[in-house]
Design a protein. Sequence first.
Length: 318
Amino acid sequence: MNHKIYFNAAQHKYYDSFNNPFVSVTTTISKYHEHFDTEKMAKVCYLSGLKGNPKYRGKTIADIKAEWKKRNLNSLAKGTEDHDYLETAVKGSGNYYRGTRHLESKQLYTIEDVLQDETLGVLDLNSLELLEVKELYPYIYRTFELLVANGWRILSEVAVFSLEYLISGLIDILAIKGREFKILDWKTNNDTIMFDAGYWEHDKDYNITGYKRTYKNLLPPLNHLAHSVGIEYTLQLSTYALLAEAFGLTCTGILLYHIRKFSYTELHDHLLQNPTWSGKRQLDTYKIDYLKNDVKLMLTHQIQARQVDIGHKLKFGL
């Protein structure tokens, strides 16, 4: 019998039929880097404004914090729009809503379900085209087209989990063929994803002025890895891969698609190869390294940090 995993979106919490809580993959990774101190940095920016920095001149600490919050909310709203559109399109074109069993409220499809029900993820490209994925995101559609032609099933929002580590997460796109799988993930960050430690600097109108390198690393035992957005995403997707492999599968590739808010530029490789994509939303692609050993190190450290054998803490309704 498959283990049922549920997700409370409002609280961003995973749990199973016996109410065992699962920590999300992103929450786990967040424990290994320093967090942005809003209060401290707002004060620093306020003082720089007093000294003549045009970006913050005349602004109070409250003004600066409110400006940051508004920008983050706007960015999140736009990113959610893209993410939800693609997720719904793939689900509607791949039997997600017509699976062989009816999902309970908040229940997720898991790797176990995908292996058991081979009707899941048989993607209908005509349906996907009617939903304008080809028109709006041509590179993503072409990727799906190539995968389908080579016999891969494609599913959106598949849960991976571990009873040993009590951790869970959702794969944006899982492509599976036999016992092999690929992970495709999309991000909607405003700025280019960097893998070196640092952050993007902006002027008062939020135009990019440069990338400030900090040379900071993650916290032990991952302190050999750079503290960067790109590395955090790499760890996230690598953790998904390791959790999926625990079910007897083999990961053969991890791709990250960065959906930009602007159209292709003339010099972009995608446009040079596909001139008809002019005016379409730009998409940057990254082939992600599978940091399998680093993920194992992180998960082992999490168990040691809890100082309990969580396997003996699980409830199974007996």
